[in-house]
Design a protein around this ligand. Structure first.
Ligand SMILES: *Cc1c(COP(=O)(O)O)cnc(C)c1O
Length: 231
């Protein structure tokens, strides 16, 4: 069995990102978040040595363990469901929360951010495909949610995130990603003063090219960079 090269994987993914951007006739950039859940520190360091700055984790305990070792080298993304009582452990160092999906979490993030005199950047997680197994707000609930969250001064809404259904059907994937893109456009048109819709976090190893073609500018790639996860 040959050893996988994280560096080669990253180069390949970056090429595929560039191609997808070209196909979509876009000129902006796509941020690659390396999803390092279950992966050992050595592999993350290898990724960072290939100039990857952003790492994503979905469990608070694992995130804080990795923060303790890697310190401020990477930018930390919380991409998984976040329990309110765990916010305090990550409030100081988190770069971006992708999974803001309820008011109690928003209030806790705002409170913890105030205590340490910072503001925390967040994406609203949207369940476009309405799968019952998935977290995230339904599309129709996002604008009322935003209008509540705007009152909180220490969290910044930066955009939206979704997880597509785990299917190979390109049509379903496109519809999901397009749904999030259209929602972003609808929110942007409302010109809320204290909010930006700059980030659209969508696309994973199996669907990131389609996501980019549909407007994603932040993709979350795990197995495509690190190989299979060991749970
Ligand atoms: C695990 C995970 C990913 C990465 O999945 P891959 O298929 O390994 O690329 C992306 N986003 C979220 C929210 C995840 O939990």
């Amino acid at each position: 069995m040959c050893k996988i090269s994280i560096k080669d994987n990253i180069v390949e993914i970056e090429n595929r990102i560039d191609q997808a951007i070209k196909r979509a006739d876009r000129e902006d950039k796509v941020t690659l978040v390396a999803v390092s859940k279950t992966q050992p520190i050595e592999k993350i360091i290898e990724a960072m040595n290939s100039d990857l700055l952003d790492i994503g984790e979905n469990k608070v305990q694992e995130l804080i363990d990795k923060m303790a070792i890697l310190n401020d080298r990477p930018r930390y993304h919380m991409i998984g469901h976040l329990q309110t009582n765990k916010v305090k452990y990550i409030a100081e160092r988190i770069h971006l929360i992708h999974s803001l999906d309820r008011m109690s979490l928003a209030a806790e993030l705002d409170k913890r951010a105030k205590v340490i005199n910072r503001s925390i950047d967040c994406l609203i997680q949207v369940n476009i495909s309405k799968e019952e197994t998935k977290f995230g707000l339904y599309k129709d609930d996002v604008i009322p949610f935003i209008e509540q969250v705007l009152a909180l001064s220490n969290i910044n809404i930066k955009g939206l995130m979704t997880i597509a259904p785990f299917v190979d059907d390109e049509k379903i994937l496109r519809e999901t990603f397009r749904g999030l893109y259209n929602l972003k456009e609808e929110i942007s048109r409302r010109n809320y003063k204290e909010l930006s819709m700059d980030i659209l976090s969508m696309g994973m190893t199996n669907d990131f090219e389609i996501a980019i073609e549909e407007g994603s500018n932040m993709i979350r790639v795990g197995t495509g960079i690190f190989g299979k996860r060991n749970y």
